[in-house]
Design a protein around this ligand. Sequence first.
Ligand code: KG4
Ligand code: ZN
Length: 340
Amino acid sequence: MKILGIETSCDETSAAIVESNKSSLNLLSNIVASSVELHAKTGGIIPENAAREQLRYIIPVVKEALEKLNQKKGRPDINAIAITVGPGLMGSLVVGVETARALSYIWKIPLIPVSHLCGHIYANYIGRNSDDIPFPAISLVVSGGHTDLVVIKKHKDIKWIGGTRDDAAGEALDKIGRLIDLPYPAGPTIEKLALGGDPKRFDLPRPMIGSPDFDFSFSGLKTAVIREVNLIGELDKQTKKDLCASVQKTIIDVLIRKTLKAARKYEVKSILLGGGVSANQSLCDELELEIGSAKAAEEIKLFVPTKSLCTDNGAMIAAAAFFQKEESWKNIKASPSLHF
Ligand code: KG4
Ligand code: ZN
């Protein structure tokens, strides 16, 4: 079975084909067109600009993804189309949803609506045998728009247990990056600069790290960085690196503490990371280390998607669709505030 996945919830336009083979999911193609250069100019995403670019990209991107099927003409050899219906920017979602509805109608192929957040979780199933991920599991979806913890008892049984009360972790990185003149999105640059920095130089607040719930708060971190930057004035190269290392360490500490707390409470067998920030190698390494050293969490396995599948892509949407129900194109619509 082959599924074409389409993702346009934020600034990326992506289409991919994922094939199921016994109990594993294989990636046949994954095309991602990004308008990041455009957003770098404005220091962030302007929704109208994102949707306008996606309208230009969507057909070429779908065509290129389908080229891997080596079919000259006729209806493509796919069994379903998976489409991100939310959460995300309304204009961006509509571009993908309306394209998918039209293709479903023309090709007479069922449509599978997918939550973008589930997509991030199911990126972990690509290139892996699905039986290798034991339940129950905790998933931390950590991206530019979300920082959410969910408990997964089995497929389709996903319960949200906590999330950010203000900025998402990636959003905090991007805002802090903007403050110290790093290009958008700042997460990957902060990771690079942090390699040469001292994470202990700046003692930044870790709000809610000890709170009894599974919620997060990152907006205070940005305020603390503004204060430090104002005190220092001009940042030299090393100070910038130290600041990046300190910010990254602060965010990682909070993410790990809450994720492990949830893992222990729900006695899970797996932890699944997902979302753009899970591309951060220090986050993955430190979490792996903590899992190893926490006696109570001895049996927990950590799963992280392949780096290129951490950030937004169509493949994760196709992967999630293998575990969900199809619908008629008539019933599908964009839902900007959808959750899991
Ligand atoms: O999942 P994603 O592509 O889009 C959303 O769904 O929001 O995540 C994008 C976010 C951005 O905030 C970006 O700065 C962050 O992921 N990011 C990273 C890294 N790569 C991307 N953050 C930290 N380290 C990285 N290597
Ligand atoms: Zn995302």
